[in-house]
Design a binder for this molecule. Sequence first.
Ligand SMILES: NC(=O)c1ccc[n+]([C@@H]2O[C@H](COP(=O)([O-])OP(=O)(O)OC[C@H]3O[C@@H](n4cnc5c(N)ncnc54)[C@H](OP(=O)(O)O)[C@@H]3O)[C@@H](O)[C@H]2O)c1
Length: 251
Amino acid sequence: MRAVVVGASSGLGRCIGVGLGQRGAQVALLARRRERLAAAAAEAGAGALAIECDVTGTASITSAIAKAAADLGGIDALVYTPAIGPLARLADTDADTWRRVFDTNVTGAAVVTAAAIPHLTRSGGTAVYLSSVSASLTPPWPGLGAYAVSKAALDKMVEAWRVEHPTVGFTRCTVGDCMGGEGDSMSAFPSASEWDWDLAGELHPVWQARGLLAGCFIDVEDLVNAVDGLLRSGQSLATPSITLAPRPQGP
Ligand SMILES: NC(=O)c1ccc[n+]([C@@H]2O[C@H](COP(=O)([O-])OP(=O)(O)OC[C@H]3O[C@@H](n4cnc5c(N)ncnc54)[C@H](OP(=O)(O)O)[C@@H]3O)[C@@H](O)[C@H]2O)c1
């Protein structure tokens, strides 16, 4: 299996990219931070590729996907993970913030998919997109409205690709809270630069009162196994969605 994993320099994307490589896939790992990608590629195994890509730039995407396809000899699987989630009340979320969130979380996914679709069509491959239980399945968290809206848009985008390209698998992978792995593989979400920590302090009691801080996490190995299993199953045409949610703790 020849797999391109976007957002593979950190967190869940890194765990998936490295995990697929360690399970025998030929992987191309894409993100902006080259040194982190090189370290991830070394962990992923022989032949793993590190390719710089900024998903907010069409030229960067086009050249990165072309390089991945050329060096891998084709693409059987695409996994899209990048997302940002600035913390701001909707009344304070300006147009620039909306654009930044959509550029990374939605438009980037669409442009990456458009670049990869000829290769996925040729291979009868699969594209998987990370969505979020807390953004897509539960009511939005106060302060994370733009993030929730962007994930809803991403979810619909996956459905739209399915309609237009029935021979390619498109699967939304909705994930519950997850710490990722260790070191660079630990989730860096929320990014310190994207959060107003005073506002986080104000909203924390609201999140707690609404039961949003359940403190239950999924094991990232379960996520990697689920994505790997889906990609190898040949069942992605019939799998529009998978969900990994933690089981409640305690009695
Ligand atoms: N962590 C959770 O609890 C959780 C729960 C549910 C869903 N999710 C979803 O899982 C995905 C990954 O989350 P995470 O927690 O692993 O986040 P993370 O640690 O912040 O990783 C984000 C990754 O996206 C890449 N990225 C961001 N902007 C990019 C850009 N412009 N171009 C290319 N790559 C870019 C980053 O790489 P560079 O900065 O090097 O470019 C990094 O590799 C997200 O879609 C998130 O919504 C996470």
